[in-house]
Design a protein around this ligand. Structure first.
Ligand code: CO
Length: 460
């Protein structure tokens, strides 16, 4: 019988989607050894926002968190999310930084790196993919799923073939907004399976309520792995529940090898934690509901609320309907980028500017200029020439990869700046990814250690 495997997301995406990644290591440490024996294909536990939030809010060294998880989970593949050439943020880094980051991630315990790009530009994926394979880890080549007239199955399949050429171990369809329908999943997975012989991983969110059906149809078309979250951290803006899919698929006759008893223990473990976050307001009950607006407007939920708050700030809420019409027009002008951070903000803000100014592209931000210069990569369709000329004035767009134009001494400069504050390569990489936040963290780390030393001496 067809085998279906599970990637458990409670430590990363579910944590990020429902409680802004606020789960400290100590809160989930006691369940890790048990989770290790559940039989998951992988546990997504790092990357995305975990790195930034560890340093910024939890006073945790993200590298140390990863090593601790590794030690507690020797039998499960640990997975991270990486934004290709942007690593964990939104700006491009030179190739040697991408390579160092990948190398350090694998060295500290990562087995699978899911590598994506906001524009699906494979030039932004290839260095990270190449280095992941070189370090002996698995690269999961990822499609940022979106809907537009140019995002046809043929186009996605073309990208998948390129990823296969690069040597990826699997293909992930990443539907960050939960807009993939059961039919689209069936058609897309079928198209990919016909074109390449690689495992297909499905990733979606429950936001619009489609997720369970989308997974089921994707599995019928041959998907091999699904991303799910243990029930207390499932639903709403998070993934569908692990146990629910396990029961449904098992009854349908699929080969699903998860340990039921451990799933129950995990759910019992995370339930009171979820309730604590509900009680203190970290988990907003709205995040757990279904919101079908993005199906109507083809605009992700987060973007709609951004549009509203921008217009409110400008005292122009009456322009909301106009902004809703302008948003897809701007997206078309920009060559149909997937609406994911940072392109969602870029398109949304420009739509608001256009509506407020009463003239299109009269006011343009620095980011949209950079986008038109080609600093984010190749766009899915060409940018409208007249719009680009108006935005750039006389400036010429860059040719080739933006990363190739970046300085090559970023690491050395950062190491020199930090001096003895940096104790290892990982510290320097934390600083390069989040400079101010990392320096604050290093300072707190030093203070904490001095206090320990003082305390120990008094005790003695
Ligand atoms: Co996600």
């Amino acid at each position: 019988m067809k085998k279906v495997q599970f990637t458990e997301t409670v430590l990363r995406d579910a944590n990020q989607s429902l409680i802004a990644t606020r789960l400290p290591y100590d809160k989930f440490e006691p369940i890790l050894e048990k989770m290790d024996k559940a039989g998951f294909y992988s546990v997504e536990c790092w990357g995305g926002a975990t790195f930034d939030v560890c340093l910024r809010f939890l006073n945790e060294d993200p590298w140390e968190r990863l090593r601790k998880i590794r030690a507690k989970m020797p039998n499960t593949k640990l997975q991270m999310l990486l934004r290709g050439q942007n690593i964990l943020g939104y700006k491009h880094y030179p190739d040697d930084i991408v390579r160092r980051f990948v190398r350090a991630s694998v060295k500290n315990g990562i087995d699978i790196i899911r590598i994506f790009d906001a524009l699906n530009d494979t030039d932004n994926l290839k260095v990270a993919v190449e280095e992941t394979i070189k370090q002996g880890a698995m690269a999961s080549g990822t499609i940022s799923y979106t809907i537009s007239p140019v995002h046809t199955i043929a186009k996605y399949v073309e990208m998948v073939k390129e990823l296969k050429q690069m040597g990826v171990s699997s293909i992930c369809i990443k539907d960050m907004a939960g807009i993939m329908t059961p039919k689209s999943a069936y058609d897309l997975v079928s198209g990919i399976k016909d074109a390449v012989d690689l495992p297909v991983v499905l990733h979606t969110h429950c936001t619009t309520g489609l997720a369970f059906m989308t997974y089921l149809k994707g599995i019928e078309a041959g998907a091999d792995v699904i991303d799910t979250a243990i029930s207390p951290f499932s639903g709403g803006t998070s993934q569908p529940a692990t146990e629910t899919l396990y029961y449904a698929l098992k009854e349908l006759g699929y080969d699903v090898q998860l340990d039921e008893k451990i799933l129950i223990d995990m759910a019992n473990y995370f339930k009171p934690i979820r309730n604590d976050y509900l009680a203190d307001g970290t988990l907003n009950p709205i995040s757990l509901t279904t919101d079908t607006q993005c199906l109507t407007y083809q605009i992700p939920g987060g973007m709609l609320s951004n549009l509203l708050s921008q217009l409110k700030m400008m005292n122009a809420l009456d322009k909301f309907d106009e902004a809703l019409i302008e948003t897809p027009r701007v997206r078309k002008d920009m060559g149909y980028p997937p609406l994911v951070t940072p392109t969602s903000q870029l398109v949304g803000s420009q739509a608001v500017q256009n509506v407020l100014a009463g003239e299109r592209y009269k006011n343009v931000g620095a980011e949209i200029k950079a986008y038109c210069r080609g600093e984010y990569g190749k766009t899915p369709a060409p940018i409208d020439e007249a719009v680009r000329a108006k935005i750039l004035g006389g400036e010429k767009p860059i040719e080739g990869r933006y990363a190739d134009t970046l300085p090559t001494d970023v690491y050395e400069k950062a190491a020199e700046h930090l001096g003895s504050t940096a104790r290892c390569e990982e510290d320097v990489l934390s600083y390069i990814a989040f400079p101010q936040v990392a320096e604050n963290f290093f300072e707190k780390r030093r203070e904490a250690e001095e206090n320990v030393v003082r305390y120990t001496i008094t005790e003695a």
